[in-house]
Design a protein around this ligand. Structure first.
Ligand code: CP
Ligand code: NVA
Length: 305
């Protein structure tokens, strides 16, 4: 594993290795055991979109690992003025030990990896959000103890979260059902791949998707960059809400996950968020541990392991 660009690049074994290391790093952090596995290393963090969790968890993560992180906003770097990603990749590779990038186009992340000579981590694109789903899987395993046969229902937009959840959950042996309005389906190639597993369903019926689910997942109706479509999306997604009525058809002990930020009263009710707050904020915390595992796997000197 040289980069984390999208989960479809990873095998089940690689995903489980990251999750096991994340559990170890969480234990070390909680028990104040020093874990400076990236001493003296620097991560550059390129942001073309807003962030709370991703920015803070990567920065704190590098600090915990004995290194440091540099915030690079598109607005204040030459990237924002049109310097090509191919040149940026080669320049930053001379200064840094790794790059985390959050941007719009997945192609930009792939190009950064192609032209750079250091590990690249995808911190969200319009296509996928692999770091989030590694944290989600870590949290699901903490609560459910196993992945095999567990059902995750994703209710809402077939967006970056849906795409990564489908790939990540199916790779570790879960079942996945997605319910979205017509016209808002996940990526067609991912759906085609998912259909071949025999453990995937795509429907427009939220109750069918949520039936007997062990995990219910939702995300905002309008993602970053889709602000101008917000009104149209409010109409299209009006009945795609995670509420008590929907939770009533899920399996006993069903957990709720949300990548956050959440819009209470839209994709999820305040009641459901508060009833499942422990799971949702454990999930947010696990961003830190899961990403630290990714950084150690990608950025630790192999000859000094
Ligand atoms: N879930 C997530 O990626 O949050 P931020 O946008 O705050 O980073
Ligand atoms: N789908 C959301 C996820 C935010 C973490 C977005 O792209 O804005």
């Amino acid at each position: 594993m040289k980069h984390l660009l999208k989960l479809s690049d990873l095998s089940e074994k690689e995903i489980l290795t990251i999750l096991n290391l994340a559990d170890q790093l969480k234990y070390e952090k909680k028990n104040r055991i020093e874990h400076h596995y990236l001493k003296g290393k620097t991560l550059g963090m390129i942001f073309a979109k807003s962030s709370t969790r991703t920015r803070v968890s990567f920065e704190v993560g590098m600090y915990d690992l004995g290194g440091s992180a540099l915030f690079l906003s598109n607005a204040n770097t030459q990237l924002g003025r049109g310097e090509p990603i191919e040149d940026t990749a080669r320049v930053l590779s001379r200064y840094l030990d790794g790059i985390m990038i959050r941007t719009f186009d997945q192609e930009e992340v792939e190009t950064l990896a192609k032209y750079g000579s250091i590990p690249i981590i995808n911190g969200l694109t319009d296509y996928c959000h692999p770091c989030q789903v590694l944290a989600d899987l870590m949290t699901i395993r903490e609560y459910k103890k196993t992945f095999k046969g567990k059902k995750l229902a994703f209710i809402g937009d077939g967006n970056n979260m849906a795409n990564s959840l489908i790939v990540g959950c199916l790779k570790v042996g879960m079942r996945v059902a997605v319910a979205c309005p017509a016209g808002y389906e996940p990526d067609a190639a991912i759906v085609a791949w998912a259909n071949e597993t025999g453990r995937f369903t795509l429907t427009h019926d939220i109750f069918e998707a949520a039936k007997d689910a062990d995990v219910v997942y939702t995300d905002v109706w309008a993602s970053m960059g889709e602000e101008s479509e917000a009104d149209e999306r409010k109409r299209a997604f009006a009945s795609f809400q995670v509420n008590d009525q929907l939770m009533a058809v899920t399996a006993p002990g069903c957990m709720v996950q949300h990548c956050l930020p959440a819009h209470r009263g839209e994709e999820i009710t305040a009641e459901v968020i508060e009833a499942h707050a422990n799971e949702i904020f454990d999930e947010a915390e696990n961003r830190l541990h899961a990403q630290k595992a990714v950084m150690v796997m990608l950025m630790q000197d192999k000859d000094t392991d």
